[in-house]
Design a binder for this molecule. Sequence first.
Ligand code: GLU
Length: 553
Amino acid sequence: MDYNKLAELLFPQIDKTPEDYEAMFPPREEGTIITRMGPSPTGFIHLGNLYGAFVDERLAHQNGGIFYLRIEDTDDKRYVEGAVETIIHSLQFFDINFDEGAGCGPDMTDAGDYGPYYQSQRGPIYQAFVKRLVSEGKAYPCFLSEDELAEIRAQQEAAKETTGIYGKYAEKNRNLTYEEIEANIADSKPYVIRLKSKGNQGTDGVVYIHVADAIRGDVSMPANDQDVIILKANGIPTYHFAHVIDDHLMRTTHVVRGEEWLMSLPIHIELFEALGLEPPVYCHTAVLMKLDDETGNKRKLSKRKDPELSLDYYRQEGYHPQAVKEYLLTILNSNFEEWRMANPDADIDAFQFTTEKMNSAGALFDLNKLNDISKDVLLKIPAEDLADFMLEWAREFKPKAAPLLEDKDYLTKILNIGRDDAKPRKDLIYAKQIFDFISYFYDEYFVIEERIPEQVSDEDAREILKRYLETYDHSDDQSQWFEKIRTITADMGYAVKPKDYKKHPEEYKGSVAHVSTVIRIAVMGRSQSPDVWTIQQILGEDRVRARISELIG
Ligand code: GLU
């Protein structure tokens, strides 16, 4: 068979050669780390994507490298309008920025010299490489129809054999003559192009591939023996082929992808070999798992059951990107927590991330842990910055409250409560929770959420508040203020020391704690809150008086 003639028959319109493309996309600067993210444009971007993108971003940017975005849109059924913007925008929120690729230039134009960055626009490039493989007798057209494929499959299943087109099942199409192929094409018979696999049966048994995965170490698997499809009937490449060509021509040095691709690794290795190209360093990340609330067992995060899988969740809830990043690093690198303890105030980017310290078994994702980390991270962010963050969040997700949060001084004071204490308060976790937590500072959201303690009658409560209002002096310092509460407490027959009330409940109606709770509820609507005096100073005299007056009528 004259393979050159066959290649011309199959790809008459392809006039560029692999060498032309090699020249168009020359190797990048020696030693530069190049990573990429290759999402399909479905519009759903999840925690797993972020996890991978974070590894890509760190690997590249920690070493002055390049991180680019390639859209894997060969399956056009899944294209969702605006998906590229969503990807870029969602990652930007986490401070993950691309240096080149799809939509990365001004006004969503593509940026970089290694494009096009949409696989759907790279058809002729893939075909030039397929044409080369055909001309070398390493790939061939396969005319098996759907029915024939189904029949082969049924036969293999019945015989408990591996399914697919390989060995004897591939023979017929591998051995078609030029004339037969020409006749089939003249008859418009649809065909795909398959790789002519070298198989994995060596003289001494099964042949293995060995790959040094940057996360998993030496990965050893039986070599591929399937005549996999590289070009589909519509001329579009399969993931396998596109991956090999794109990552080569875009000069990717490290391919970070989910462990679900590990099984396809032998195919990719054989493809690189057939094309005479050097494979990149593979980094197969672990699947994100969580402990199931019901069963207590580890399982994969699911789109249906776990809202936290979606990145939108974190934006909607108002998690600070720094908190999410900090948390991701704790699950990504086993030595990160230790580093953080030794360097509590260091910038997160100062941590040297390494693939070797990544977990290759399922990484456990735990929202409670994220919340704990978030409390610490938020404490380190200046209250003014946190106020800006709250406002931005509210503009998008709680627009009615946004105008209130525009009073930045007021919000900053609120967020500052208890921060400088010897043991700082750690009750701020994410914007939505923070807003609920501080909502009583805003009249529009102020509601009495709790009942007064049972030790205090309604009549007494009114009297306590009446006296409180009469004696209230906004300029009192904290001890003067508290002295007045004690006076009211004693005058009304309550114990000034809670322990006196505990010891002699028959002598008192209740204690100072019950009296203060009445005031707390009147001023803040709830019994649990930071220090009342401090809160009143922030609320301002008018608000404090108005709230109490309202209650006593
Ligand atoms: N398009 C593939 C995916 O979304 C990319 C895998 C890879 O990074 O190679 O899973």
